[in-house]
Every structure is written in structure tokens, then in C-alpha cells.
Design a protein around this ligand. Structure first.
Ligand code: ASP
Length: 323
């Protein structure tokens, strides 16, 4: 095999993979879809207004050529900081009354990914996940040692007692306001991310699907980008997002068909389970390589918002179940 001189090799690599921060205006199509969790039985008008405003900013940035991975991070940072969702500032507590935060991010261009789990003092877990992706050769950092590592990479911390808005588990018995974003940019690149305080009344130390690649977040160029919300244990068991991608890649399924089928299977498994049949439910927001959306859900009340090159930002709380 002929060996390329190092300088030439570097040039060849650059030509294949432009730096993620570079702007890109290759195509007209772009799209972003986000969720603010699945909140059964309660209306959250303030979350919808917030999402529409946040999406208007992301739309302008995407139009200007900003990259999918950066848009995902910015969207989720704003949602974490808003104090409106079960992520970052307003994260719910575990059964012992303190917050443990999980997040993940994935770049569909390279399949690079970063995640943090069981974090106690991080201001923006999604930013920490990005630091893991960009600054280490690992995918996931957990617990206090993981927290020390991401702090050394530049993650911002807070005083838990002063920063987080909610402290009593009983105040939010059915709160599922996890946040997530899936983006197609004008390069045709896909990215996704998710951030959460986790499932209500979780046992300290429990980690859900949100920081798990293929369950909570997944992105692969040419296929789809997605984020999930709902009963995390089922998303993990069914590797839900990777299953959706596989149905598209190997079975030729359309995004929404693949997402609905996967959620139906999870719901059926939940109905059969010994825990009373109320589980295995959740929702997925996703966008494919052409900019088609899915917001398949098996819970009433999923909060979602979207915008693309031809559609103004709009957010809604989905009333009907897809089962
Ligand atoms: N999926 C999250 C978890 O299980 C919770 C949620 O989305 O509401 O941790």
C-alpha cells in the first residue's frame, strides 16, 4: 500500500471532515425539533411560549449556517437554565430529596458522543456532556469522579441548595419535563441531545435512558437524530432510538413508522409487566436526513416544538396518544 506523506494525509483528512464549528450553507433544508418532556394530565402554557421563543433564535442560527451539534447544545442549555423543565435549574429530586442530573449529546456526522450521569452540582449537564465528547476519548462520565473530570475540562458548577428550584419530591409526583433536541443543519448533518433530572422518586444512584446513547439520544448522518422522554428503563431495554434507526437503515422504514412501531412495542411490554401496566410509555422527537419529523408518543401530554426552513416555530402539548 502506498503511504501518503503526513502533510498530504492531514489535508485529505481535513477535506473529509470539516471542523464542527465551521458554518455551512450547502443546502436550503434545515430543521429542529425539541421536547419538554411528557407531563400527563397537566397543561404547561409557559413552557410552550418559552419553546417558541427559543426556537426562533435557533432557526435564525440554522439559517445562518450554524452547525447541528452547536444548535443542540444551545437549545438544551437554554431549557436547562429556564427553570421550567425537569432539567438543570428546575430538575426534580430523587426519593431522598436531592437532584441527580443526566445528559447526553451525539454528533451524527462522526458518531462521536458524550454523556454525564448522576451529577450533583453541574449547572449545565448538556455542556458537560459536550466537554466529554470534545475533550476526552471517552463517552460517559459518572458520579463524583466523573464530575471532577468534567469540572477540570471547564464545566460550571453551582451550590445545589441555592441553585436548584425544587427540593421536595412530593411537589412533583408525576413530573416528566425532560428536555431534548434533534437537529438537521444546512450541511445535512444531524445531531441530538437530552438532559434530565430523571424519573420521579428514583432511588439515589439510578441512571435512566437520557444519558445512554441509543436509548436517550441518537444521531447518525443519512438516517436520523432523536431524543426520548418517558419511562427510561423501557427505552434502555429496547435500545429504543437505535432500534428506530435500525428499522430505517435495514428495513427501509420511514422515520415516523419506525418510531411508532418501537413505542408500541415498549408500551405492550409495559402492559404485560408486573408493575401494573402503567409503564413502558414515553415519547420520541426525531428528524431524518431529509428533514421529516416524528413526535411519536404513547403518553398524553408530550410537550414538543419544531421549526424548519419553511415553517415558523410552533410548540404544542400533544393530547392524544399514539398507540
Ligand atoms: N426518561 C427520563 C428518565 O427515565 C425521564 C423522563 O423523560 O421523564 O430518567
Amino acid at each position: 500500500m502506498t503511504r501518503l506523506p503526513a502533510a498530504l494525509l492531514a489535508l485529505a483528512t481535513l477535506a473529509v471532515a470539516a471542523p464542527a464549528s465551521a458554518h455551512c450553507l450547502d443546502q436550503e433544508n434545515f430543521a429542529i425539533i425539541v421536547h419538554g418532556g411528557t407531563s400527563s394530565g397537566k397543561a404547561y402554557p409557559e413552557r410552550l411560549g418559552f419553546i417558541e421563543n427559543m426556537l426562533a433564535k435557533r432557526r435564525a442560527e440554522l439559517m445562518a449556517g450554524d452547525r447541528a451539534i452547536d444548535i443542540v447544545e444551545r437549545a438544551i442549555v437554554e431549557m436547562e437554565d429556564s427553570g421550567l423543565f425537569n432539567a438543570g435549574r428546575a430538575a426534580i429530586t430523587n426519593s431522598e430529596g436531592f437532584v441527580e442530573l443526566d445528559a447526553s449529546i451525539m454528533d451524527g456526522r462522526t458518531l462521536d458522543a458524550g454523556a454525564v450521569a448522576s451529577q450533583l452540582t453541574l449547572k449545565n449537564p448538556i455542556r458537560a456532556a459536550r466537554l466529554v465528547m470534545d475533550g476526552t476519548r471517552h463517552v460517559m462520565m459518572v458520579g463524583d469522579r466523573g464530575e471532577a473530570a468534567v469540572i477540570s475540562l471547564g464545566a460550571e458548577t453551582v451550590e445545589p441548595g441555592e441553585y436548584f428550584l425544587k427540593a421536595k419530591p412530593k411537589e412533583h409526583p408525576k413530573e416528566h419535563g425532560t428536555v431534548g433536541a434533534a437537529v438537521l443543519d444546512r450541511c445535512g448533518d444531524l445531531a441530538a441531545g437530552t438532559s434530565t433530572g430523571g424519573y420521579d422518586s428514583k432511588i439515589p444512584g439510578r441512571v435512566g435512558d437520557s444519558p445512554i446513547i441509543g436509548a436517550g439520544s441518537y444521531a447518525k448522518n443519512g438516517v436520523m437524530a432523536a431524543s426520548s422522554t418517558g419511562h427510561g428503563e423501557y427505552f434502555i431495554r429496547h435500545t429504543a432510538l437505535r432500534t428506530i434507526a435500525a428499522r430505517m437503515e435495514y428495513g427501509g422504514a420511514a422515520l415516523d413508522t419506525a418510531a411508532r412501531k418501537t413505542l408500541r412495542e415498549m408500551r405492550a411490554a409495559g402492559r404485560d409487566a408486573s408493575d401494573g401496566g402503567t409503564d413502558g410509555r414515553g415519547g420520541v422527537i426525531a428528524v431524518d436526513a431529509e428533514g421529516n419529523f416524528s413526535f411519536a408518543h404513547s403518553y398524553a401530554g408530550m410537550i414538543h416544538g419544531m421549526t424548519d426552513h419553511g415553517t415558523k416555530p410552533r410548540a404544542s402539548q400533544l393530547g392524544s396518544k399514539v398507540e
